[in-house]
Design a binder for this molecule. Sequence first.
Ligand code: ZN
Ligand code: FE
Length: 258
Amino acid sequence: MMNIIRIPVLEDNYIFVLHDPDTNEGAVVDPAVAKPVLDCLESLGAKLVAIFNTHHHLDHVGGNKELIEAFPDAVVYGGKEDRGRIPRQQVFLEEGDQVEFSGKKGKVFFVPGHTRAHIAYYFAPTKDDDKGDLFCGDTLFAGGCGRLFEGTPAQMVDSLDKFRTLPDDTRVWCAHEYTLSNLKFAITVDGNNLYLLDRYEEVRIARSQDKPTIPSLIGIEKKTNPFMRWDSESVKLAMGFEQPERVFAKLRGMKDNF
Ligand code: ZN
Ligand code: FE
């Protein structure tokens, strides 16, 4: 069994602690900082066995060193192309590789775009848990996507397209709470989308009560996130292009200046 604990840190980051209550093993996805993870593990009485990094940015790996000092046997995973950029990285993953935690297999997606080395982890449903979990770092956000720091629009379209193949009820654990501002932008380009308008209202209320909007679901992203909808008639029309990379590039450029 794998419980997922969401820890808000820094301005708007989330760290995810994975915990198996049967074995008392823990793992962490993108530890921006170490202290709250150590506190969480201590309160659970759990031992850290794995750090799963999605990419090298400091707000995703900043806690690696200190966590490994506290748990020297924990294994640090990251993308193959991130060699030399992730502190204490030991395993260099590529598309199709598998990781394991708590008897669950996590499939690795290579999803360049935000960075040239970005990966995501997908834990498929099991008999104890009928929903899958996607840890996508800064590639897909609820209602948006990561900026293109080291990749091209075509790469990001390919990367996001991999996520569109996942079941609609897959939980999306993205690394930042950007949902409200993402949806404000989304409405400016896809404002006749009734699913989007409903979602905006839900998210506005949740955030006004300081509630998290993560995890999202793949099915919701496919219906409301313009960055997952480059082939929808409404988004194509709003961008004035047909070709996926061009629709996406225009959208990303507009969001960068929003
Ligand atoms: Zn990043
Ligand atoms: Fe980030």
